[in-house]
Design a protein around this ligand. Structure first.
Ligand code: KIV
Ligand code: NA
Length: 270
């Protein structure tokens, strides 16, 4: 929030385990999000609808051990908050107590306002998520840019205002034309965290595995992802070299090997 007041962009990245949290924290990222995208990037699921609360909790706890400075946010998985504000508060409390994060994120706009109000009233900070909400991909007709028509841009603004009034400390704005995200950002007094929403937002978030390039060649990536690294390429190169060296007995070399004192060895060989 102080970054927002200083007009300094807020940096957010996802993490799904101890090392991915540790490296983000050491790099000085402001907010580490345990997104339910871990369903795909860490658990190999097809989409986020499959991931369970207990799975999120295990990963949140690992992230919490790795990130000591960053503000930690955990995604409420699909099915743990939509039924009622009471259900959502119960899930949020579980996320804080067992997941050891500082705040929760949930998807949805105006319709989630009473839920956000309930959770924030209990003293749990809520990060909202409007625009493209992947948990609802089946009713949105897939991963589609939102707010492209006047009507849907207006709905986006109403959703953003509603989550603000309900007490969200910030909102993710996903897959929205830059002009609309910028306008929405100007009209709000809470920060917007953009993903595929241009550079007029108050901050940015990316899925760590995506921005690191830790995926095999040929995988589809949304337009907004910038590949800052080639972690997959480097891992693959290293593992292939290891395999080669084991097959040719080049590894382990002398410097990786324990030696026995000559006298002991001679005694043993008798
Ligand atoms: O699950 C996730 O990683 C997210 C971010 C991309 C916003 O929700
Ligand atoms: Na998510």
């Amino acid at each position: 929030m102080s970054l927002y007041r200083k007009n300094e962009p807020i940096t957010v990245i996802t993490a799904h385990d101890f090392p991915s949290a540790h490296v983000a924290d050491q790099a000085g990222i402001d907010i580490v999000l345990v997104g339910d995208s871990l369903a795909m990037v860490a658990l190999g699921m097809d989409d986020t609808s499959e991931v369970l609360m207990e799975e999120m909790l295990l990963h949140c706890r690992s992230v919490a051990r790795g990130a000591k400075s960053a503000f930690l946010v955990g995604d409420l998985p699909m099915g743990t908050y939509e039924i009622s504000p009471d259900q959502a508060l119960q899930s949020a409390i579980t996320m804080i107590k067992t997941g050891r994060v500082h705040a929760i994120k949930l998807e949805g706009g105006a319709e989630m306002a009473p839920t956000i109000k309930k959770i924030t009233s209990a003293g749990i900070p809520v990060l909202a998520h409007v625009g493209l909400t992947p948990q609802r991909q089946n009713s949105l007709g897939g991963f589609r840019v939102q707010g492209k028509t006047t009507a849907s841009a207006l709905k986006l603004l109403q959703d953003a205002r509603a989550v603000q009034e309900a007490g969200a400390f910030a909102t993710v704005v996903e897959a929205v034309p830059a002009e609309i995200a910028t306008l929405v950002t100007k009209k709000l007094r809470i920060p917007t965290i953009g993903i595929g929403a241009g550079n007029g937002c108050s901050g940015q978030v990316l899925v760590q595995v995506d921005m690191l390039g830790n995926f095999p060649p040929g995988r589809f990536l949304p337009k907004f992802v910038k590949k800052y690294g080639d972690v997959w390429g480097e891992s693959s190169r290293a593992i292939q070299q290891y395999k080669e060296e084991v097959k040719t007995r080049a590894y382990p070399a002398v410097e990786h090997t324990y030696a026995m004192p000559q006298a002991e060895l001679a005694e043993f060989e008798k």
